[in-house]
Design a protein around this ligand. Sequence first.
Ligand code: ACM
Length: 634
Amino acid sequence: MTMKSKTLTVLLFLCSSAAVMAAELPALIPAPVAVEQRAGEFKLDAGTRIAVQSPELNAEAEALAQRLRRATGFKLPIDHGKATHGAGQRIVLGIEAGLPAEGYRLSVDRRRVQLVGVSPAGVFRGTQTLLQLLPKEVESATPSRSPRWSLPAVQIQDQPRFGWRGLMLDVSRHFFSVAEVKDFIDQMAKYKFNLLHWHLSDDQGWRIEIKSRPRLTEVGAWRVGKVGRFGSFAPPAADEPRDYGGFYTQEQVREIVAYARARHIAVMPEIDMPGHSLAALAAYPELACEPGSFAVNAGEQLLTWPAGGPLSSVVDNTLCPAKEQVYEFARQVFSELAQLFPFEYVHMGGDETARNFWAKSEAIKALMEREKLPNFNAVQAYFVTRLQKIIAAEGKKMMGWDEILEGGLVSEAAVMSWRGMKGGIEAARLGHQVVMSPNDFVYLDLMQGDAVVEAPVYGTVRLSKTYQFEPLPEGVDARRVLGGQANLWTEQIYNQRQLQYMTWPRAMAVAESLWSPKEHKRWEGFVPRVEAHFERLTAAGVKYSPALYDPSFKASEKVPGQLMVELATEVAGLSLHYSFDGSLPDGYYPVYTAPLAVPKDAQQLKVISYRDGKPLGRMMVMPVAELRRRLAAK
Ligand code: ACM
């Protein structure tokens, strides 16, 4: 044996003994509170049994068995009660008092996987961790024989940091089917979200059957279907078919609520009022302050933000706070919602109310005189206060976007802070319950990378920015902050693949911000776990954005006339290869090391990221004219 091969043998021995000691721990998202790795592994095979120590956990055991069966083909039998202590490989589920809400303890050794929680919800969250300990093929919808089905020996103690961990899904701007909503819920469950905020009405469509108001879905659920850049479409012609849309029947709503509930996810409905109500007005025009012609918006310009001025609307899209029949309408709607949704809160919107038509309304003028309302904020507050009473009479608590703070707010109402955190901070100071959902961190409708590759929307929130989401700002009373959520508006989301692409991986960053201890959060530790989960998403057939591999571009002009461009990546260790000559760069092209001087006659900068000789990012094609435009816009 030569010296060299001896060294190699020692190294191999060291590596393999290390492997026996502790197999590499699979990536867990959100990161648990405490993980202790042990020696060995638990091998799952067709002889493994699931043992349920409490009948409360039958549904969780069944769900776990089904997930495992789908991916492994093993039909694991479920034993109940006493039969849980026999010999052989077992996954044991039990209830243990004294653990925190939704918390669980998971221990894996060679013979046994033991999962206990204080409640079925805790055990369910633990099963999601258990599944993440298995190879990525467990995500597959069809049985796979390739992997060794084993879990590393480990002891995990876990509990959520916040009780409200939500995602909002807008089904108004684009409609998503029952199956698509269920799939969204399935993906949420994997990352321990516990709340689906369902945005069911807006200017572009009313999506829930209200039996006392049938025209809401006969008329309000349908619009002209258009494709392109939403918000910039030509107004539909009178003869264009209004055949795009859809709605959920009450039976379907119950089905979705039950589906979510089985995954320990609550569903909060939102009906947005008094603004964003054009679909309702198309159905019931008498709810507007003044007569007019109202049609469901198809993506033509509606709201405008004049520079420095207040928001204004091209057509009136508000329910009229001065009309009694509006409150009767709201009572009908919220009373049916209260029957359908067991969750304690309902959301009434309250955001972005344009007041330009109120300014022309005699009814509003009379209301202001009668109620001594000094301005339109007070008019909105009057509306919100009356709505709160209607919702309370239905046995529910009311939540609204942070605009409901303007003009004063009744103390029973809860606030969802979206225009940054400031509304939430103020609301908490005033004693309201708060959910943090700041647009600059967790608006999933915004682009994840540069507009030259993304479906263009008005802003960008990269993954690294979302990962900085901290729902509890310094100095805010923690008892007031229920938690946080990310919002997926769907103006520019036309199909389920894009819905997934916009959600992942950013929702992983949101999940970790809401579940994991703040002290554990570290971007450098998060990125490799996200990359491991990319493979899990692929196995699950779920689309995700690879934008974290793409560079950002910063144009500058060092000396007059010399355009410079600076590239940066949010992930360390990538090499950016580029060209200015129109050809497609690969791993042999020059590597970016410092700001580039753009050659005088160049038309395009093309850039692609590599790591270890493999392309990772997308081919970024940046027109030089676009760099100049951005420089001029600065
Ligand atoms: C919102 O994004 N208008 C709540």
